[in-house]
Design a protein around this ligand. Structure first.
Ligand code: SF4
Length: 350
């Protein structure tokens, strides 16, 4: 997304600078990306490896973060070993890493650390060949792959077309299935393609308050719901992740409105097997420190005295709502879903 004269916001992200691994030019996507960047007069720096990006300016953490978020790095994915991705899939894989969105609470704040720029991998055929090997090992069991663990692939799809390719790859795969999560709405290029119902789209939705205050540079609630309606019409399996669910004054009305609006939009579609995943807002100490550096004026409520510490694996824990509030969120949202989507499955609240 970018501002143009007159203050209009373009809904499609356009980088302000690019780093380009030389070898990436040998791949069709690399050539296309290079042409795209040149066409839009985006400065390109050629680098020997996508791991050696230096020189993104920034006088303070806020500015450095902002500039990195407008930088893309085009390179080749060399590590092909896939991480396990429980509980939503068997494995996770990336066509890109980093995200063009600017959500204050984003988990990538900590996982990507000092490298929040957007990396795009051009060797998609090699990535798909690797997935095939994982699929074959588990066949005839189905193998589910999550493609949004370290990025939001829809946000860069207008530049890469890689998600379309992935959906078509999985459409032909007998035992492989794809899962996507997005907060973006540019789905038109994915509607008329052969998906064979092997890709489950999950839209990440939230109340208007949360989206307006904490999810900058993503699609609005209206846009996401409209896009979800299009995906349902196109016959994809569909789901929603409500995350992070926040407890603030007026939260019931806003979440209720959001679910009513969604239910009206989906009423005209023949969507089946609708799923909901519910995740309450939580934060870690490391995330809080980074968020306050990058968004010093954030309205995120990260006051530990109103929270309960939940221990996790490896002795690392996070701050969640105390039991009473957490139960209130869980019960209210489940009840709303039951009323508005009687056939839907709530997979979990965490
Ligand atoms: S859209 Fe998702 S991945 Fe992107 S910044 Fe927001 S929370 Fe992070």
């Amino acid at each position: 997304m970018c501002k143009v004269p007159g203050g209009i916001v373009l809904k499609r992200f356009r980088p302000e600078q690019a780093f380009f691994e030389k070898e990436a030019l040998e791949y069709p996507l690399g050539k296309r990306m290079h042409t795209f960047l040149q066409k839009h007069s985006i400065p390109i720096t050629i680098i020997p490896s996508h791991n050696r990006v230096t020189g993104i300016p920034g006088a303070n953490p806020m500015e450095a973060y902002r500039n990195a978020k407008r930088t893309i790095v085009v390179g080749i994915k060399r590590t092909m070993e896939l991480d396990i991705c429980k509980p939503s899939a068997n494995y996770q894989f990336s066509l890109s890493t980093g995200c063009v969105g600017g959500c204050h609470y984003c988990y990538l704040q900590t996982t990507m650390g000092k490298k929040p720029y957007i990396r795009i991998y051009v060797n998609t055929d090699e990535i798909f060949d690797n997935l095939n090997q994982y699929i074959e090992k588990r066949a005839p069991r189905l193998t589910f792959f999550e493609s949004s663990s370290s990025s939001d692939p829809v946000g860069v799809e207008h530049m890469t077309g890689s998600l379309k390719k992935a959906i078509e790859f999985f459409a032909k795969s007998k035992y492989g299935r794809l899962r996507i999560v997005t907060k973006f709405a540019q789905v038109d290029s994915l509607l008329d393609i052969h998906h064979n119902q092997h890709t489950r789209f999950r839209f990440s939705l939230n109340s208007d308050y949360v989206i307006r205050n904490f999810e900058q540079m993503t699609a609005t609630l209206e846009e996401r719901i409209e896009a979800a309606g299009k995906i349902a019409q196109a016959g994809y399996p569909l789901g929603f992740i409500l995350a992070p669910i926040m407890h603030y004054e007026g939260w019931q009305d806003e979440y209720s409105y959001m679910l009513s609006h969604l239910s009206k939009t989906l009423a005209n579609t023949s969507v089946k097997d609708l799923t909901f995943e519910l995740i309450q807002y939580r934060f870690t100490k490391a995330a809080k420190n980074i968020i306050l550096e990058r968004f010093p004026n954030t309205k995120l409520d990260m006051d530990e005295s109103n929270r309960k510490y939940k221990w996790g694996k490896y002795g690392r824990g996070k701050w969640v709502y105390p039991d009473e509030k957490s139960k209130e969120l869980d019960q209210f949202i489940r009840q709303q879903i039951k009323e508005k989507f009687p056939a839907a499955r709530v997979q979990y609240f965490t």
